[in-house]
Design a protein around this ligand. Sequence first.
Ligand SMILES: C[S@@+](CC[C@H](N)C(=O)[O-])C[C@H]1O[C@@H](n2cnc3c(N)ncnc32)[C@H](O)[C@@H]1O
Length: 260
Amino acid sequence: MAEHANLAREYEDRTRKLATSPELWNTWYFDHLRLALSELKADWPDRRLLALDALGGTGKTALFLQQHGADVVLNDVSPEMTAVYRRIAGELGLPAEVALAPIEAYLDLESTPQFSLITASSALHHLQDYEHVLRQFYEHLEPGGFVHTAWDPLPRSKVVRTLGKAEYYLTLARRPRAMARGLRNRIRRRVAARDTAEAIDHEFHKAIDDAELLRTAQAIGFAVRAHHRNAGGALRVTKPLWRLFGAHTTFALLLQRPAD
Ligand SMILES: C[S@@+](CC[C@H](N)C(=O)[O-])C[C@H]1O[C@@H](n2cnc3c(N)ncnc32)[C@H](O)[C@@H]1O
C-alpha cells in the first residue's frame, strides 16, 4: 500500500495540471474522446451521458469527460489513487463517483449500470485477461456507445529498441541527475512492492499486439472507429527521428458497439 501512495503522489501533480490546462487537451487522445462525446450528444441530445473511466487512477480522463458534460463513474482498485481523484474533483467543484473494485468484479455486479462511453487509459496491459474485460465492456455499453483504450505498449520493434538505446545514453549524458532519480524511484518501487500483484504499475503484459486485439474486438461485435499508433521519443531533439522511422511504442483504439 505504501507503494500505491508513492505512485499516487507522482500522478497527482500531472493530473491536476492536465485538468486545469485546456491548452493541453489539443492532442489526438482528447480528439478521440471529443469525437465520441460529440457523436453521443448528437444521437442523444436530451440525455445525460454516463461514462465509465475503467482503471481510472487519479482521474486524468474522468476529469476531462466531466468538464465536457458527462457524468462519470471512476473505477480503480487503489484507495490512494482514487483519493487523489476525489481531491482534485473537489477543488474543481465536480462530483466524484468512485467504484473501488477490480474492474472484472465491478462489471459483474447486477447493480452496475450501462454506459454510453467506457475509457481505459494505460489500462489493458495491467489486466490479466484484457480480452475478457473487453467483452465485459461490450456487454455494459448501450448500443451506439463507445470504448476508448489508449497508451498500451506495442511489441518493441528493432528500430524502437535502437532509438530507445540511443536516447538512453543521450539522456544519461545530458541529465545524469534526472536519470539517477528515475532509476532510484524504480528500484524503490520494486523493493516496496513485495506483492507485485498489488502494485499499481504492475503490468501483466509487457506488450499488446494491436492487430490481434482489433481482430478480437471485431469478433466481439465492435466496429473500429479509430486506430492510432503513437511514435515514441522522450526528448524534443529526438522525437522527429521516432516519427520519421515510424517507431511506434503505444496504440489507441476507438471502438463502437453498433446501434440496434
Ligand atoms: C497506469 S495506471 C493508469 C491510470 C489512469 N487510467 C491514467 O491514465 O492515468 C493503472 C491503474 O490501474 C489500476 N488497476 C490495476 N488493475 C486493476 C483492476 N483489475 N481493476 C481496477 N483497477 C486496476 C491501478 O490501481 C492504477 O491506478
